[in-house]
Design a protein around this ligand. Sequence first.
Ligand code: SF4
Ligand code: FES
Length: 251
Amino acid sequence: MDKDININVKVWRQKGPKAKGIFETYHLDAISGGTSFLEMLDILNERLISEGKEPVAFDNDCREGICGMCSLYINGHPHGPDNLITTCQLHMRHFKDGETITVEPWRSAAFPVIRDLMVDRQAFDKIIQAGGYTSVNTGGVPDANAIPISKLDADEAMDAASCIGCGACVAACKNGSAMLFVSAKVSQLALLPQGKVEAKARAKAMVAKMDELGFGNCTNTQACEMECPKGVSISNIARLNRQFLVAKFSD
Ligand code: SF4
Ligand code: FES
């Protein structure tokens, strides 16, 4: 049975993109260890609303680790201190009684704060629009086994496709690099025959858009892989670099 804990929640409050933000600290009593982190914020917001105060704005949607919306920086870690989970999968049993928990939005020039803990991640959509698709007309749905794909390639493509576009890799990187995200989106297509057709153009277009939108260069520190809730490997970055160089020198 999970114990109840008393906590202080130190939350970043910012009224709008241009406003100056500050931390505000709230005390919450008797939070069950089985409460999810987002449910804890719901409890805080119910209290703030009942007191006539502004609730804390934060993003969320699926609350089951699929959509990538719950982008919170908790105690210095994207998605909190636990590994391989999103913020919505984090539970209060991971915190100590009496602990002060610091909650911030993603910090990246390419992800401006909209309000409080919500950031604008349209930059990721723009990178996908630049090339993260296949435009080849493939006709009707082929038989499942009509195109042979090796197990290794299929597994690697599926691992890359597990990226949920949350942005934790950018938030974890001291250069705000989006290389892990871009490399996952490039790899999930480039490893399969259907995606190979446009692989070179895709790598060039997505990297160019990433640079244009203000993401920094890869630091090689591996912080992105360490904090990725889906365990996306930096071997995808090596693949992207190879593809980009091949594309650049084959023009
Ligand atoms: S690579 Fe990982 S951390 Fe980066 S956007 Fe995808 S799921 Fe999130
Ligand atoms: S709310 Fe969808 S992944 Fe957390």
